[in-house]
Design a protein around this ligand. Structure first.
Ligand code: USQ
Length: 437
């Protein structure tokens, strides 16, 4: 299959490009390097030493014997170049990662809000319009977010995109399926809900074949392909904007900083490992909707975790302290989460899992598919707790034997660096490991 990957130099796009190329697909990347420019703006780069895009592509050629070509253009601005590319490359599918993906970054200032809206909404609309103008039957796979559903306690498992409601008609009550009501918690999440309407329109009006993957928080750094050569290494963000919660806790543990739990840490979120992300995209490409069908939505997540339980797991494994801080975000302090994710499982996804043996008996593992996460005891904001005493048997960290790679980041105290400790990204699963389902 010929696959065009928009945003193919980013955290999810790069390993996806390699994964698909390794499986024999003809892959081409489009990227404007905006994520690298934002690193410079924030003064906070990837912990892992990521190579330039040119060096990455050369390394992949050397390692795999396969070519991935790249075009530098801004989707959402360089419309003519995008259209040209669609017409010359004639992709069977386009995977769309070309959006600003950090919720905190999107809320920093009016400039950041406007940039995120213009960039994300513009990119998605230009892509749809260009596919229509190209006259080609291209499967558009979009990386959306679980955050479009909002994180209020829903009372029902969050379905995959659509909700059946009863509508009162002249002939009585009739069931109808509607897009699940959007409830974005940030400007970034707002743009993803706007994308959903754009997709709904183009699927109906122009019969575009579209899959929207509603992804949870991605954890892990490496995939089987990115670990083949140091120049292929994936990025690891830990700053306050792009560093997602587990990355931040691991990094904080590594440098001896208390884990920064927002509020009492009762926020429950969906998670997925980066190795599963790339596999999900492959599965979505292999299972396209037919022309004229409504947008196909799949919830791309494999586990649910409450933030404080995640912190407790990291504290337990590393000896870190936990600090319960005033929450800088406007979000519910506590929410339960229950999510349907059958579609990707039915397509063949066999998920990785974080370590479950580290959970306390009072806080059993919440899972996907309709199981609501139980509440663990809430601490008082403003407090700090030390690590829980280890039980008689320390948690055993094991890798998924079915898979040769692990995607964990080491959070041990490493070699001294300057006058403190230098955090390292490692290849062995010391903080998190996986288990076969
Ligand atoms: N949090 C902390 N301490 C921290 C950082 C975060 O307690 O140091 C909390 C946040 O307040 C939030 C939760 O952890 O309640 C998750 O925050 P996050 O920064 O890990 O993730 P989020 O901002 O939700 O965004 C990330 C990705 C985004 C993706 C989204 C999936 O950046 O691209 O769409 O996860 S989801 O959360 O399901 O919407």
């Amino acid at each position: 299959m010929r696959v065009l990957i928009l945003g193919g130099d980013g955290f999810c796009g790069w390993p996806t490009a390699l994964h698909l190329s390794a499986r024999g697909h003809d892959v081409r990347i489009v990227d404007n390097q905006s994520r690298r420019a934002i690193d410079a703006e924030l003064g906070a780069g990837s912990l892992t030493p990521i190579a330039s895009l040119e060096a990455r592509l050369a390394a992949w050629r050397e390692v795999s014997g396969r070519d991935i070509t790249a075009d530098v253009l801004t989707v959402g601005k360089d419309y003519a170049a995008l259209l040209d590319l669609l017409q010359s490359f004639q992709p069977d599918a386009v995977v769309h990662f070309a959006e600003q993906r950090a919720a905190p970054y999107s809320m920093k200032s009016a400039r950041h809000k406007r940039y995120t809206v213009e960039n994300n909404v513009g990119a998605t609309h230009d892509l749809c319009a260009a596919i229509v103008e190209s006259g080609q039957d291209v499967h558009l796979v979009h990386l959306g977010t679980m955050g479009v559903y909002g994180y209020g306690t829903a009372g029902v498992p969050i379905p995959e995109g659509y909700l059946t409601v009863q509508v009162e008609t002249s002939e009585g009550w009739r069931p109808q399926e509607v897009l699940y009501p959007a409830n974005p918690g940030s400007i970034y999440h707002l743009t993803k809900t706007q994308d959903a309407l754009t997709f709904q329109f183009y699927a109906r009006n122009d019969r575009l074949r579209i899959t929207d993957l509603h992804q949870g928080i991605v954890w892990g750094t490496q995939t089987a392909e990115t670990r083949l050569d140091p120049r292929l290494i994936n990025r690891f963000d830990y700053d306050g904007d792009y560093g997602t919660v587990l990355n931040r806790f691991l990094m904080q543990a590594a440098v001896g900083h208390p884990l920064s739990v927002h509020g009492a840490g009762g926020q429950t979120r969906a998670f997925i490992n980066i190795q599963d992300t790339v596999r999900c995209v492959e599965l979505a490409l292999a299972h396209p909707p037919v022309r004229g069908e409504r947008v196909q939505v799949m919830n791309q997540m494999t586990e649910c975790w409450r933030v404080r339980d995640l912190a407790r797991m990291v504290a337990r494994l590393t000896g870190a302290e936990i600090a319960y801080l005033p929450n800088p975000r406007q979000e519910a302090d506590e929410n339960d989460l229950s999510v349907e994710n059958r579609r990707l499982l039915a397509c063949g996804l066999s998920p990785w899992k974080t370590v479950c043996c580290s959970r306390s008996p009072r806080s059993p593992a919440p899972t996907a598919r309709g199981l609501t996460s139980p509440r663990s005891p809430a601490p008082q904001p403003g407090t700090r707790t030390g690590p829980r005493p280890r039980g008689p048997t320390p948690p055993t960290l094991r890798r998924n034997r079915a898979c040769a790679c692990s995607s964990s980041v080491t959070a041990t105290r490493p070699a001294p660096w300057r006058n403190g400790w230098r955090p390292t990204a490692g290849r062995s699963g010391q903080v998190s490991a996986t288990r076969p389902r």
